[in-house]
Design a protein around this ligand. Structure first.
Ligand code: FMN
Length: 183
């Protein structure tokens, strides 16, 4: 297996992190990997907001928890007392994109995987996060969008937490019948 295939195979979603911050070089490399992603018609329909401010991450977590718990169909994760949407990771990158554009979520999804693989290549852990959307759907949505400097007309698409992992995880079980080869 070549190095790229090894990195793809060894990546895991990490849900516990050491409280040691990543370096400025690692941070720059993650953002470089993000902006080099391909996008439909090269529109680059994304904005990356990298946050290392614990108070801000804790506040967004709190808004997520409050919003999710106010619903009857809250994800079971939100009912766990110690659940933190960002798993106390020291760095989180929020990816926002223009509302109501068909390719933006796919483009941002490719960018988030580029970040995950870049993190893996630097022996950092990561977890892609959709749950933070609760904060943007809450009554605090505009406040959070402004605090994260989302461009006008952008909304949250996906996030990724990054740091030194403090857990280990097996590879997910690959479901059968997901591939069909026609020769
Ligand atoms: C679009 C997307 C959203 C996700 N959102 C969350 C999330 O909010 N919280 C979380 O703990 N994991 C989240 N995950 C991680 C998945 O649960 C994880 O990728 C899956 O269980 C497979 O495990 P692996 O990444 O270790 O292979 C998300 C993954 C993707 C691709």
């Amino acid at each position: 297996m070549n190095k790229t295939l090894q990195l793809i195979a060894s990546r895991r979603s990490h849900r516990a992190y050491e409280q040691k911050q990543i370096t400025a070089e690692q941070r720059a490399a993650l953002l470089d990997a993000a902006v080099q992603s391909p996008s439909a018609v090269n529109r680059q329909p994304w904005h990356f907001t990298l946050v290392q401010n614990k108070d801000l991450l804790n506040k967004i977590n709190q808004y997520c928890v409050e919003n999710a718990r106010s619903k009857t169909d809250a994800s079971p994760r939100f009912l766990q007392e110690d659940y933190h949407v960002f798993y106390h990771a020291p760095t989180v990158i929020f990816i926002s994109g223009p509302k109501n554009t068909s390719w933006a979520p796919i483009d941002c999804g490719i960018a988030v995987q580029n970040i995950a693989i870049a993190a893996e290549s630097m022996e950092l852990g990561s977890v892609i996060l959709g749950m933070p959307r609760e904060a943007f759907q809450s009554i605090h949505g505009d406040e959070v969008r402004a605090e994260l400097a989302f461009p006008e007309g952008h909304d949250f698409i996906i996030a990724i937490a990054v740091g030194y992992p403090a857990d280990t995880k097996d590879a997910h079980v690959v479901e059968p019948n997901k591939i069909h080869i026609i020769e």
